[in-house]
Design a protein around this ligand. Structure first.
Ligand code: LLP
Length: 441
């Protein structure tokens, strides 16, 4: 039985119980992975439920589509590829959207998403502080912005060597710890300090299991069961817990997630007594594909305002990464070869999983365009791959591109501003991609 419903599509098979186990992946492969069910074929499946109801919020036009920017990007690609290009006005626009949310008292940018100096400067100018997770990130921040008040910098490491905590204290930044063992093993490093405490609220979320940072299986955060023990040890060392921190995952689409966090954290904060600020982490998603809708920032802001009214004693802090920079960045690459093999057509790029690892690591989707033929019909279907010697070096399957796509064409991988260059490597001894900034505001 094939039926369409509010879930877009249901397939029901009736089979003998004895063969049911193991059948699902086989059916999946036969029907979906093989392309036998043309899910993109509108004549077969029709519009989505949300489209029928007319309440789809489309994604805004990306900055790089404007004609003059396309020209600028092609000129940059002519210098060398692969390269990342970041559009600072888009970063500022996202920052302004977060600045407009009244319930939030302090905003930090998680620089692990993209630590390009121009982005750090732009966000600090917008009033953001910076969240760092390593000594290297702290050094990047103070090299880029030597005058920055250390009070605007957070250090939120996990299992970092103890000397990194010592350096962070020496710099005067706000340090977050997430276990009691640190205080027990190195009491003199922490004695008399003011700290933030990262708690694991026992649940997590995120776009992929690999980015879920809450719950029993996650290495982050103090177990809620051990908060009293932590407070006791802190008291013995004259340590003051001035903030509570939690970050339970990345790319979370449940708008109510952060509201629930505030509620839970406020309970712990009251028990501890000295806490004035609740940092509810990052995790805001962006729409990577046309099937995703932009995050409902208004609903999110309303949820935070509602819960803040219940717990007015606490300031709220956030520390997003992706939301601020993902859409501001593209990865430019050049098509190397176009090859047909056993019915599959592949376009190779001179950028591989070493340049952008998200698809290989999380099965993440990034839109891919042929920048040299942007106005041509996307009448071909390709697997887009890189030059790395790994089977997972695939950027996307069944990607619609013009059938004239040819070696030498400049290709654009969209929404690559977050966790792109910052996670890149020199695997296979391929050079790190170059980086450029466009600031045409
Ligand atoms: N705060 C803490 C303590 C974090 O660990 C993270 C991200 C953030 C804030 C920012 O999260 P965001 O707003 O960007 O979701 N590489 C993965 C994402 C890993 C996020 C790690 N922590 C990806 O490409 O999807």
């Amino acid at each position: 039985l094939i039926s369409q419903s509010s879930n877009d599509l249901n397939l029901t098979f009736v089979m003998d119980e004895a063969v049911a186990d193991g059948m699902l992946p086989k059916l999946h492969e036969a029907l979906i992975d093989s392309g036998a069910m043309p899910v993109y074929e509108t004549r077969v499946f029709g519009p989505r439920w949300r489209e029928i109801n007319g309440n789809v919020r489309p994604r805004p036009m990306p900055w790089w589509r404007a004609a003059e920017r396309r020209t600028a990007l092609r000129a940059l690609a002519a210098q060398d590829t692969p390269r990342y290009v970041y559009h600072l006005p888009t970063v500022r626009e996202r920052a302004r959207a977060l600045n407009a949310i009244a319930a939030i008292d302090r905003r930090y940018y998680a620089i692990k998403a993209n630590s390009h100096p121009a982005i750090l400067r732009a966000l600090v100018e917008q009033g953001f502080g910076l969240e760092c997770v390593s000594l290297g990130e702290l050094q990047r921040v103070f090299e880029t912005l030597p005058e920055l008040d250390p009070e605007r910098v957070l250090f939120t490491p996990n299992f970092a060597p103890i000397h990194e905590y010592e350096s962070a204290f020496a710099r005067g930044v706000t340090v977050t710890v997430d276990n009691v063992e640190l205080l027990r093993r190195w009491p003199e490093v922490f004695r008399g300090r003011a700290l933030w405490l990262r708690i694991d609220l026992g649940h997590g979320d995120g776009h992929h299991q690999k980015v879920n940072t809450g719950g029993k299986d996650a290495k982050f955060g103090l177990s809620a069961q051990r908060v009293d023990e932590f407070v006791q040890r802190a008291r013995e060392l004259d340590v003051r817990i001035t903030g509570l921190h939690a970050h339970l995952g990345s790319g979370i689409e449940t708008v109510g997630h952060w509201k629930l966090m505030v509620d839970e954290m406020a309970g712990f904060a009251r028990r501890i007594g000295s806490v004035g600020i609740l940092d509810i982490g990052g995790g805001l998603p962006i729409a990577y594909s046309d099937d995703d809708e932009p995050f409902d920032l208004d609903a999110w802001a309303q949820g935070l305002a509602d819960i803040k009214a219940v717990h007015p004693a606490f300031q709220l802090a956030i520390e997003p990464g992706r939301f601020l920079v993902a859409e501001a960045g593209v990865l430019l690459a050049r098509a190397t070869q176009v090859v047909e093999k056993d019915g599959v057509r592949r376009v190779g790029l001179d950028a591989g999983m070493n340049a952008l690892i998200r698809p290989a690591l999380y099965d993440a989707w990034h839109d891919i365009h042929n920048l040299d033929r942007l106005d041509a019909q996307r009448d071909g279907e390709y697997e887009v791959v890189g030059p790395i010697c790994e089977s997972s070096d695939v950027f996307g399957q069944r990607v619609k591109l013009p059938s004239a796509t040819a070696p030498g064409d400049v290709m654009l991988i969209a929404d690559a501003g977050a966790y792109g260059r910052s996670m890149s490597s020199e695997y296979n001894l391929r050079a790190l991609p170059a980086e450029d900034v466009i600031d045409d505001e």
